[in-house]
Design a protein around this ligand. Sequence first.
Ligand code: ADP
Ligand code: ZN
Length: 647
Amino acid sequence: MQNQDNNNNFFNQNPLITFAIFSVVVILLFKVLVGEDSNNIVSNTQMKHTQKVSYSELKHLVETKNVSKVDIGQSYIRAVSADGTTIYTTRIVRGDTKLIEELDKQGIEYSGFSETNWFTEMFGWMLPFLIIMSLWMFFAGRMQKSMGSGLLGVGSSKKMVSSEKPKTKFDDVAGVEEAKEEVQEIVDFLKFPERYVEIGAKIPKGVLLVGSPGTGKTLLAKAVAGEADVPFYSVSGSSFIEMFVGVGAARVRDLFEQAKKDAPSIIFIDEIDAIGKSRNAGANMGGNDEREQTLNQLLAEMDGFGTDTPVIILAATNRPEILDSALMRPGRFDRQVLVDKPDFEGRIKILKVHVKDVKIDDDVELEEVARLTAGLAGADLANVVNEAALLAGRKSQKTVKQKDLFEAVERALAGLAKKSRRINPKEKKIVAYHESGHALLAEITKGAKKVSKVSIVPRGLAALGYTLNKPEEDKFMMQQHELWAEVDVLLGGRAAEEVFIKEISTGAGNDLERATDIIKSMVQTYGMSDVAGLMVLEKSRQSFLGGGMGSAREYSDKIAQDMDEFIKKSLDERYKAVIASLQEYNGAIEEMVKLLYKKENITGNEVRDIIMEFEKANGMESRVEDHSHDIEEELKADAKMSDETKE
Ligand code: ADP
Ligand code: ZN
């Protein structure tokens, strides 16, 4: 980062060092003016009449009564000798009371004197002021840093507006091809603004990057600046909120002023929802003045320059639906670019970007890692690679192995391993049955995601155990039977507790919530029930882009009541069916629990083997789906099909 304000900037930022330097100078000055002088007592012109003696010599002179008058200071003694010369000692010997006794004995006149002079006295007076001043400087400096603005006014806030010229390129941002395409135009405009201005093309001023945390919005914004080779001004919406009223608005003003001076340039506002929250979202009535002022200033600034000024404002949010619609008006953030979580191919690409920096073993297959990480964002994947490298380092390996990556994936998926935390035996039993219930249902239910691992090792803070389901492909669409299958799997945990423990724990709360949500959206959004037929009760979230808040219910009380009944009835029905399945397969569950007790983790294959063995032993037809065919084959089949349709 370059700091725009270069003069004095070192001292502004390091008040402590400034103070230290200042003190050293003062002390040296003091030494020169006072110290040396006082040790020499008399100036050089009088030198012939003075004589330096050691303490013992002085004592000897006293004992032999060769001195007439003695003055005792804090650090030296001066005396007048019998022949009239002034003599002095360089040092005093502290705690020596003998000298006084001797002086008394000899009847020599003596007195004490203070070595201070005008300078030391003034220094003594000034010291408290100096301390106060330096303390003030120190705290003012710190406040300035944390608020981005000077204590004594807005004028100094300019110091904190800083820019950089990122080296990030589009190649560093992977798996978000569409978003890259959409911002390509901006890069072009920043590179050759004249072309667009001459034609009179209207270039978007503000672009809203919408996507979950860690999907690469900041990275993409930086890459736009990097590709266009223009300054990148970055601020975070939340940083405005901690300030005093008025400071945020002033900072926005300065930010735009600088960026315009530096044009072509990019302003990036992260977490814009922090300042751009809808004013009627009711979040905090009575309002947050600072936020409102900052927002108004931002809107004013955006309206204040024409489309011919090559300054582009990119803003990021993961909750566009709460943004004030004023922000989305034409000439402001009138364009939205979705920076979505990556799909399978996208994840491979992102992993490839990040393994560039680490030494990777030949055995590593990033496809495998990508397959296991559906739902993770770019930042999570970057983290997985780094975590794997750390694991490899800890084991003193030369390269990162597939095993390390898998372990890192597990950690990313289920939170950090809490190996140290022991669950008590009762909890362990409940968790083992609960997870086995999920696993069994996942395997015997058609359309459910298959199990890749069951574990009763507590991970993270919340999960005592977990069942990892293996999404075999990225699903952007689900069929009705798959949704019901998911409900069954979710209910399997609680049902297992009821069947095998005969009592229910709180551990199933989240499962039930998710099951309820699935059924609800089948009714409300997907038209999969008789309750409302094809009528959509809840518009999909996309509506935010048109603005418009208010989620007032748009259907009758009767439908609402029917829906509640449908959800309850469905849950009851599914729950009964799940209980029946668990009872039917109870031997298999017991086997799984036994193995879980022994190994704490069991694989999907072990689960399937147990179930199939149980089915065979009991002469049942297997409900375990054969999925020996894998994605590669499916993909190949897909490719073939599209080839065929081309012809
Ligand atoms: P956001 O701003 O969306 O929260 P960031 O851009 O801050 O996410 O992402 C954090 C980090 O995660 C990036 O610096 C990068 O290392 C990694 N990352 C995120 N998305 C991607 C991506 N699409 N391609 C490559 N790396 C990514
Ligand atoms: Zn569960």
